[in-house]
Design a binder for this molecule. Structure first.
Ligand SMILES: Nc1nc2c(ncn2[C@@H]2O[C@H](COP(=O)(O)OP(=O)(O)OP(=O)(O)O)[C@@H](O)[C@H]2O)c(=O)[nH]1
Ligand SMILES: [Mg+2]
Length: 458
């Protein structure tokens, strides 16, 4: 591990009340002593007022705090300079710190040192960046839960239980005279089943975690003039898209982020699908169709004043076959033509389309119902963040899945009468994979990759 002293600006580089320059490493205090004048003692866990000077020239009046190793964020000696929040002055002070013995920190290097010095495990370090990048209240709550160590604790316990099982098996390998056979096998299978179930429970939270972090990709599709852009505007609560009664008004994909309940919807309004000779509209229609593959949810709109066409039915079947979540809206219920409406319902039933809602975007009828339906489909209304473990990181999910596959394999081997020392290897691998989640025995390449994604100064 590099022991050089590092420095970086920890706050955003724009004019503000204060900026913070952070220094970590053995030389931190020496550097401060060279550039900081104060008539107070600099003591650990204290903050003192003074002046930053460069050859007796005062650069700024500042506050300096000092945290002595190991009681600091990085586990090393850390000093932080709180200066006035001007971009220029902040840069000058950082330069002075660098001239006096520090080198500029790489992105995430403070947190990487915190991890390497055992101040936090890898899950916690990763949740630091999740917290910084949170776009919604929900995301930040999940991140802080993980930073508090809830997920780490759960993974550690599972890992330790597997290690305990391994110790148990080791005894039967080392002392075969203790009859291992039947009862033991049953016991091992029972424990493996328990662990697999617990791991799967955590893995299943990933889909929700992903939705919370990235939002639900919603694509609004349908024929021209059925009210797609009107729906986008209604959900966005402003006139984002042009709405006219001329079919073919929307030519390109229009995107907007909308919050409902706990989640963000990334909504795409698309060009109405029809055969057209208009070159621009044609490209728009192709883009609409292409959008299907990016969708977590498709809202397909029909109009209660227009017959459903074979093309509508074809697209609906295609969405259904691709197993993409689908809500079908019958819009313009204020102008409903009964015969047309009944036929639409019959045809939808014929191809087993569920989640059909009646709405009138213009009259704001059925819109709340639509929001509730979305929450119901994605099960986002009753997320219990305080007690539920939610994983949002694909690295965690992949390692958990590997562990499950290995434990499953171990089970199969027991059923197939394989010797217990072979089974042992699978369980050991599974527990190693759980260890990797929290950062045990993980290669420096992977560690570097994880921390590269951090921002400067963290
Ligand atoms: N009566 C009635 N008219 C509606 C309703 N929703 C939308 N409209 C009208 O239908 C027309 C078309 O609406 P748009 O939102 O532009 O339809 P679109 O699906 O985006 O159309 P394209 O962009 O051409 O594909 C406009 O005149 C809207 O005012 C509704 O619930 N009831
Ligand atoms: Mg439109």
């Amino acid at each position: 591990m590099s022991t050089s002293t590092i420095a970086a600006i920890g706050t955003a580089l724009s004019n503000s009340g204060i900026s913070i320059i952070r220094i970590s490493g053995d030389e931190s205090l020496n550097i401060i002593n060279k550039i900081f004048r104060t008539n107070k003692d600099i003591k650990p866990n204290n903050i003192v007022f003074g002046k930053i000077v460069n050859n007796d020239k005062v650069l700024d009046n500042v506050l300096v705090s000092y945290f002595k190793n190991p009681s600091s964020y990085t586990g090393e000696d850390v000093c932080e300079i709180n200066c006035h929040g001007g971009v220029e002055i902040t840069k000058q002070i950082l330069e002075l710190v660098l001239e006096n013995g520090a080198r500029i920190a790489e992105p995430g290097e403070f947190s990487k040192r915190a991890f390497l010095n055992g101040k936090m495990d890898l899950v916690q370090a990763e949740s630091v960046i999740d917290l910084i990048n949170s776009k919604t209240r929900t995301e930040s709550r999940i991140a802080i839960n993980n930073l508090e160590g809830n997920l780490s604790k759960k993974i550690s316990i599972l890992r330790e239980e597997l290690i305990e099982l391994l110790a148990h098996i080791e005894v039967s390998i080392d002392y075969p005279e203790y009859d291992y056979e039947e009862v033991e096998n049953d016991n091992v299978i029972k424990i493996l089943n328990e662990k697999i179930e617990q791991l799967n429970k955590i893995i299943n939270t990933y889909e929700q975690g992903r939705i919370i972090q990235n939002g639900i990709n919603v694509v609004i599709l349908g024929k021209p003039n059925v009210g797609k852009s009107s729906l986008l505007n209604k959900l966005a609560d402003y006139e984002k898209a042009i709405v006219t009664d001329i079919p073919g008004t929307t030519r390109d994909v229009i995107e907007e982020k909308i919050n409902i309940g706990n989640v963000v919807l990334n909504i795409s309004d698309t060009a109405g699908i029809r055969n057209t000779e208009d070159v621009v509209e044609k490209i728009g229609v192709q883009r609409s169709i292409k959008k299907i593959d990016e969708a977590d949810l498709i809202i397909y709109i029909l109009s209660a004043t227009e017959n459903i066409t074979d093309e509508d039915l074809k697209i609906l079947s295609k969405i259904k076959n691709k197993k993409i979540k689908l809500i079908t809206l019958i819009n313009k219920m204020d102008k409903k033509e009964k015969l047309i409406f009944d036929t639409i319902m019959d045809k939808l039933k014929e191809i087993n389309i569920e989640n059909v809602l009646e709405v009138s975007v213009e009259n704001n009828f059925g819109i709340e119902n639509l929001k509730l339906k979305i929450e119901e489909i994605f099960n986002t209304s009753d997320l219990d963040f305080e007690h539920q473990f939610i994983i949002t990181n694909s690295r965690h999910k992949d390692l958990l899945k590997k562990a499950v596959v290995l434990l499953d394999e171990a089970k199969k081997q027991i059923y197939n009468g394989q010797p217990i020392d072979i089974v042992y290897i699978q369980i050991k691998d599974a527990s190693d994979n759980l260890g990797k989640i929290i950062g045990k025995n993980i290669s420096s390449d992977i560690i570097n990759k994880i921390f590269e994604k951090f921002c400067l100064g963290k």
